[in-house]
Design a protein around this ligand. Structure first.
Ligand SMILES: [Zn+2]
Length: 287
């Protein structure tokens, strides 16, 4: 049995130029992340042989199933998965693959379900929501988050204020600690972060900087905990975006496969594209 794995899906994080006037990752906002990208990551392919800009619905489906969704649909599909992708996700998602092999996995993201729940609008389910709802029949809600047993996607809960949340805010380091505590109970724990992609689409430079600083604090803390608690932390992305401020759109850049902790070197050597992530992680956990 391999180490406990935390899989971080960071939306819109590619590997681009080192020119800080183009790439905010090189602007001093995220020194820890930059160091890990240099020392603990390899570039992997997000294009998967299909022309055009890689997109989230197909990219995340490929990432979390190991099935080449781009190739099957012959295009990159943005945003939320439609019926064909949903079928692939239900059939092949990593949570289900692990369950079949007697392993425990979970999706750590908190959902704010008090009013106007996203769960009522199936059309707006993300790839991760489809996978989690199919595998577990539920997601973590605000009550679970209040007990610090779920992590809100912005790492601080601050963006929940405008939705009526009046509970305490947390730091990105707190969120890392909460994620580690969740991960200790499972073989694989998935967490999705998409503020990177969102800020980059808006080309809001102050927001991009803040988002990278928060992500940096989170990753720094997770890496320290990985060493101490014997976890394997794996970070990857569905496509590039935040690493190039010259465009509001996604990029053709490779994405990182970053791995820190027990078995990290071996893992990095075996993953070459988004398609390899799920089979290699499942193989590692069952070997
Ligand atoms: Zn995007």
């Amino acid at each position: 049995m391999g180490a406990r794995i935390i899989l971080l899906l960071v939306d819109g994080l590619g590997l681009g130029t080192e020119d800080s006037s183009v790439n905010p990752l090189h602007s001093g906002a995220c020194p820890a992340l930059l160091k890990f990208l240099a020392n603990n990551a390899t570039p992997i392919d997000a294009q998967l042989g299909i022309p055009g800009l890689p997109q989230s619905a197909t990219g995340q489906t490929s990432l979390l199933t190991g099935v080449n969704a781009q190739e099957l649909l012959n295009r990159h599909v943005e945003g939320f998965p439609g019926p064909e992708l949903k079928e692939i996700i239900r059939e092949h998602n990593i949570f289900g693959q692990l369950k079949k092999r007697g392993l425990r996995s979970t999706f750590a993201n908190a959902y704010f379900l008090q009013e106007g729940s996203v769960l009522e609008k199936k059309r707006l389910w993300s790839v991760t929501t489809v996978a989690a709802m199919h595998a577990f029949g539920r997601v973590r809600d605000e009550k679970v988050m209040a007990a610090d047993a779920a992590v809100y996607q912005d790492l601080t809960r601050a963006s929940l204020r405008e939705r009526g949340y009046s509970g305490p805010l947390v730091t990105p380091e707190d969120s890392a600690d909460h994620l580690v505590e969740i991960a200790m109970e499972y073989d694989l724990t998935l967490f999705e972060y998409f503020q990177t992609d969102r800020a980059a689409h808006k080309q809001d430079h102050a927001k991009i900087r803040r988002v990278l600083q928060q992500l940096d604090a989170f990753i720094g803390r997770l890496a320290a905990r990985a060493e101490k608690d014997g976890l394997l932390v794996v970070l990857t992305s569905d496509h590039g975006n935040v690493e190039d401020t010259r465009t509001r759109q996604h990029t053709m850049n490779p994405v990182p496969l970053m791995a820190i902790g027990e078995g990290a070197d071996d893992l990095r050597a075996r993953i070459r594209s988004l398609l390899d992530v799920t089979p290699v992680l499942v193989g590692l956990l069952t070997s």
